[in-house]
Design a protein around this ligand. Structure first.
Ligand code: ADE
Ligand code: ZN
Length: 322
């Protein structure tokens, strides 16, 4: 068995960001929407840099217009997860793209997503949990609406709350209200930080939002005191190496700090973020990491265990996955 064949736990996967380009093109054709400009000549998503990536991402979501579209998307994404031996995944869901943050509409979208997840679980065994996520550059008021959607639908399926989007927009602390609301609803918390923002952004997310996990967080390596704080507070990083290289946070995987973070004792996990955008899969991530850092099956089993321990699920689900 190679490391790629190991069962995998994935904690950082954006549902719309995992949409295969052919799936999005198919919906665009059905709905007669012209988004041909977001694809290159080979049919892959095309973008220049992170900010352009966010625009292309949002353009792709314009064809996802109904609960049924999200039902189909969820099934397509989970099929890809299963093909990569992912046995448990958490996916970021954006109520902003599922009815514009309106609670009534969100409940319909969520029912369709959960239906697809339940079917796929029955058919393949894969377990999915959902983490409603606000989009940072849509601002704190919209984030409150997202937090209401998340809090009102907290369940054994909706187990967390998060934030993605443009890390250069505002500060983490602008979103405290939304995160407080989610915490009150017993949701577990994560925020994208330390991808485009430096160590300060990670520090802010821990202090101002009270998150237990950080999306990316890799730039914490630039600050020894922050590493110490991460260790003391037992914060877990959702590291997405292929995403960071594709978006040029780091030039090559060999420059990526994931191995150094591990050596320092930081709890790191491995995910794909938006796999078709970054030409990656979980199998590829495992393969690339083993080639670059000489990690063996024991290393990957340890990473999976860290991910399982940090998963936003209950003890019964964790026990099932052991
Ligand atoms: N939304 C989807 N992918 C993202 C990323 N890598 N960073 C921030 N927001 C995102
Ligand atoms: Zn992300």
């Amino acid at each position: 068995m190679t490391v790629q064949d190991l069962p995998k736990i994935e904690l950082h996967l954006h549902l719309e960001g995992a949409a295969p380009p052919a799936f999005i093109r198919g919906l665009a054709k059905e709905k007669k929407i012209d988004i041909s400009g977001i694809f290159d000549e080979k049919g892959a998503y095309k973008y220049k840099d992170f900010w352009d990536f966010l625009k292309v991402y949002e353009a792709a979501t314009t064809v996802l217009q109904s609960p049924q579209d999200f039902y189909r998307l969820t099934r397509a994404v989970l099929e890809e997860c299963v093909a990569n031996q992912v046995i448990y995944a958490e996916t970021f869901l954006a109520p902003d793209f599922c009815g514009g943050g309106d609670l009534i509409a969100w409940k319909d979208y969520l029912a369709a997503i959960e239906q697809a997840a339940t079917e796929m679980r029955d058919e393949t065994g894969i377990i999915l949990k959902g983490i409603p996520t606000c989009v940072r550059h849509f601002g704190p008021d919209q984030a409150k609406k997202t937090a209401i959607c998340a809090s009102e639908t907290a369940s054994s399926f909706i187990t967390g709350f998060g934030m993605g989007g443009d890390e250069a927009f505002g500060r983490q602390g602008d979103f405290t209200y939304a995160f407080d609301m989610a915490r009150e609803a017993k949701l577990q918390l994560t925020s994208h930080a330390g991808e485009w923002g430096g160590p300060e952004s990670v520090r802010d997310a821990i202090r101002d939002l009270g998150v237990t996990r950080i999306g990316h967080g890799v730039r914490a390596i630039e600050d020894d005191a922050l590493i110490q704080e991460i260790l003391e507070k037992d914060v877990v990083l959702e590291v997405c190496p292929g995403s960071n290289v594709a978006l040029k946070v780091y030039k090559n995987l060999s420059d990526h700090p994931i191995a150094k973070l591990r050596e320092r004792g930081v709890k790191v996990t491995v995910s794909t973020d938006d796999p078709p955008f970054f030409h990656t899969t979980m199998r590829k991530e495992f393969d690339d990491l083993s080639q670059t850092f000489d990690w063996d099956a024991q290393d990957f089993k340890a990473l999976n265990q860290t991910a399982l321990d940090a998963a936003f699920c209950d003890a019964a689900t964790r026990a099932e996955l052991k």
